[in-house]
Design a protein around this ligand. Structure first.
Ligand SMILES: *Cc1c(COP(=O)(O)O)cnc(C)c1O
Length: 471
């Protein structure tokens, strides 16, 4: 049973101690092994303890034990030498804002819950629209991540295309609906197909346009398939290939889509951040022509999970695809922003605070510098590795992603040796990175997307990687 007085009285000490534990963790995260072997059965046994307690445990003990286990069993994705997937570490100011979000227990569904959360979303949205060079009228939804941002953008597109054919998909569903055709590239991210699957559009009922050697959708191929499609098209392009970091030629793709009744969605989960840097912006040329765009803040803006955004140029289909039609909600309608009008959820975390805090802390220059610095570190890593014998960099390093392939000491270049090197690096603990398949070849994939990665981190990591490759 909760003793209300005692729980209140213990709160200050509990949160004070938690603050110490959090700082301890972050102090050590720089130098500890990035990943350590975990015996999962043992971990489960420790966490199960004596089973779900009848009377409840002391809160301080619960937190101490979790913090203790974290030292052994969380991967240091928050640290400067985690290069797996595309995972940014959190900026301290974003962590601080995220802490307060929890303390305030804010629900960003309705303005009525939290005027401050509505303001944080609205202002962050305005700033990001400016930063990315999107149309001023663009509407923005704060979702859990890139997957739901893609889902929301594609749902808005589904609405708009079917509405033009006289079909209200939200009311009537897809049974008996006029056809639309989804066009993806061979290199579209899995989350696009997952979204299509959830939207009833089918992950395989798509026309796939071939990509070039860097994974960019080929506009000539798009141009050649469109005339044979007799229905409106929902085209899914990409800013930032998850392997190579390459960009589909968005301006050219947009021009093709303009000639055909269609909707252009761009998955910019991490790559859209290039638009915030004058030095990288040209990669995203034409982004303002997209009908919907997704981006992750938990990737390159370095805010805590979960934080994705969807931008839709025309607010009407966005809202039509997402609005809840609950009877109790009608009375809550007002001019102020109700966050739930733009996302597939109602109650949800007030994600705007961490985004707002990170944007203000970095400023326009700081954001550009963060993006440029990560790109420079990626080039540094590629350059350092490429000098060694037996190492091939498989991609043009245009952004923050590097694909590496290794030959064994006898000169044999096979999947097995590259996989072995990846396994050894993961065990070594100096840095962490994963493997991928690129054009039928096993490759090491390195992503630099953390604010705290220094040149020295790259040197240390490159040395460890080369050591694991016996070079
Ligand atoms: C990470 C990523 C996604 C998915 O984003 P989540 O935040 O993991 O849901 C989609 N597309 C691309 C290109 C990505 O890199």
């Amino acid at each position: 049973m909760i003793d209300i007085d005692q729980t209140r009285a213990g709160r200050s000490e509990l949160l004070g101690r938690t603050n110490e534990l959090a700082n301890d963790f972050l102090d050590r995260v720089v130098d500890r092994p990035v990943a350590q072997p975990v015996e999962f059965d043992k971990l489960l046994a420790e966490m199960r303890a004596e089973g779900l307690p009848l009377d409840g445990d002391d809160p301080k003990q619960v937190i101490e034990q979790l913090a203790n286990l974290a030292d052994r069993a969380v991967v240091a994705t928050a640290g400067p030498r985690y290069f797996g997937f595309v995972v940014g570490g959190s900026l301290p100011v974003a962590v601080a804002a995220d802490w307060l979000t929890s303390v305030w227990d804010q629900n960003a569904a309705f303005y009525a819950h939290s005027p401050l959360a509505a303001a944080a979303e609205q202002i962050s949205a305005e700033w990001l629209i400016q930063l990315f060079g999107l149309a001023k009228s663009t509407s923005v939804g704060f979702v859990s991540g890139g997957t739901m941002a893609n889902f929301t953008g594609l749902a808005a597109g589904r609405h708009a295309l079917l509405a033009k054919l006289g079909w209200d998909v939200e009311r009537q569903g897809l049974f008996g609906a006029p056809a639309i055709t989804v066009v993806t590239s061979d290199e579209s991210h899995v989350s696009v197909f997952a979204s299509l699957q959830m939207l009833g559009l089918g992950s395989e009922r798509v026309v796939r346009v071939p990509a070039d050697d860097q994974g960019r959708m080929r506009p000539d191929q798009l141009r050649s398939v469109l005339p044979d499609i007799r229905t409106p098209v929902l085209v899914c392009a990409q800013a930032g290939n998850v392997n190579t970091g390459s960009f589909d030629p968005i301006a050219e793709i947009a021009a093709c889509v303009r000639e055909h009744p269609g909707w252009l969605h761009v998955d910019g989960a991490f790559g859209l951040w290039a638009a915030a840097s004058p030095a990288q912006r040209s990669l995203t040329q034409g982004i303002e022509l997209a009908d919907s765009v997704s981006v992750d803040c938990h990737k390159w803006l370095n805010v805590p999970y979960d934080s994705g955004l969807v931008f839709v140029r025309d607010a009407a289909p966005h809202q039509a695809a997402m609005t809840l039609n609950a009877s109790y909600y009608v009375t809550a309608r007002r001019a102020e922003r109700d966050g739930c009008n733009w996302v597939p959820e109602a109650s949800r975390r007030a994600r705007g605070f961490a985004v707002y805090a990170a944007l203000r802390f970095l400023g326009r220059k700081g954001i550009a510098e963060l993006i440029d610095r990560c790109c420079a570190r990626a080039r540094q890593m590629a350059g350092r590795l490429a000098q060694a014998p037996g190492v091939t960099i498989l991609n043009e390093v245009v952004l923050n992603q590097v694909l590496v392939r290794f030959s064994d000491p006898s000169g044999k270049d096979d999947d097995e040796f590259t996989a072995k090197v990846i396994g050894r690096v993961q065990e070594d603990g100096t840095c962490w990175l994963g493997g991928t398949m690129w054009h039928g070849l096993h490759a090491m994939r390195i992503s630099i997307s953390n604010w705290s990665t220094t040149e020295k981190d790259i040197d240390l990591s490159a040395e460890a990687i080369l050591g694991c490759a016996e070079i």
